[in-house]
Ligand binder design. Structure first.
Ligand SMILES: C[S@@+](CC[C@H](N)C(=O)[O-])C[C@H]1O[C@@H](n2cnc3c(N)ncnc32)[C@H](O)[C@@H]1O
Length: 254
């Protein structure tokens, strides 16, 4: 096991229940598969428990956390223990590269993205969040520190596309009401979910709050739900079938 986590969050301590809450959302998986086009070989960096890994491609998953590697289902290829910043491959050996919900955690974004580009002949596909949009999410009313911190972790989209070079296309991915992947905005219309500790533990941002701040945020939300003020402000979201939030799919061509 690594002495230090490869990213900004320690999944050996906080990642055990990840795969039970953070399941791949089929609508995002379809978008990702389309963006990968007719590529045959794929490197998936920060692969975690294997969400969004196509099963009809020759996939090489890279995942530095032992706890996350252990949560990969048996039908997926076991992941190689390596980091984005130092990929153990020659130049241009993969048709395409994928990185979902991971680049904000890397220690050195520029080096990691340069490595993705270096080992890939074709499209580099990245699912990430737009920090400007993320800060607007209603959860920030109950814990400003949480959403400010989370937005601060996310690189600006323009920086990501600039670092990748070539030509990029950025697509807004609407989040369905019943989104299977339990990141914060996926509960846009299901606020009670944040009262469940298992949900919070599968969202790394909560790990950066003190216990007191987390308890205060959960109490404030509970009060807002009990006294009807959440519903007065945001109740329409309970009936909204999708949410246009911060989730983006970047497809970078060489
Ligand atoms: C939120 S999880 C996402 C996992 C998976 N891609 C998904 O969509 O569910 C972020 C993953 O990035 C990995 N990670 C963090 N820093 C990394 C780095 N420098 N290089 C490669 N992976 C890293 C973590 O170990 C973790 O498994």
């Amino acid at each position: 096991m690594r002495k230090e986590p490869a990213g900004d969050f320690d999944y050996e301590i906080g990642g055990q229940g990840y795969s039970s809450i953070r399941r791949p959302e089929p609508r995002f998986a379809d978008e990702i598969r389309r963006a990968l086009g007719d590529a045959r070989s794929l490197i998936n960096v920060g692969a975690g428990a294997g969400s969004y890994e196509p099963t009809d491609m020759d996939v090489t998953p890279i995942e530095p956390s032992a706890s996350m590697r252990a949560q990969r289902p048996s039908h997926l290829t076991p992941a190689i223990d390596a980091v984005a910043e130092e990929l153990p491959f020659a130049d241009k050996v993969f048709d395409a590269a994928l990185a979902t919900v991971t680049i904000h955690q890397w220690r050195d974004l520029a080096t990691g993205l340069a490595e993705l580009r270096r080992v890939t002949r074709g499209n580099v596909v990245i699912m990430t969040f737009d920090p400007e949009e993320l800060e607007k999410f209603w959860l920030g009313e109950f814990s400003p520190a949480l959403m400010t911190y989370e937005a601060g972790r996310m690189p600006a989209l323009a920086k990501v596309t600039e670092l990748l070079g070539g030509t990029s296309h950025v697509k807004n991915l609407p989040i369905p009401f019943d989104c299977e992947d339990g990141f914060a905005e996926s509960y846009f219309g299901r606020p009670e979910a944040f009262l469940d500790e298992r949900v919070r533990r599968s969202q790394s941002a909560w790990g950066f709050l003190s216990n007191e701040d987390e308890i205060a945020a959960v109490r404030a939300l509970q009060t807002g739900l009990d006294d009807g003020s959440w519903d007065a402000r945001h109740g329409h979201l309970r009936r909204q079938h999708e949410y246009h939030g911060a989730l983006r799919l970047i497809t970078a061509l060489p």
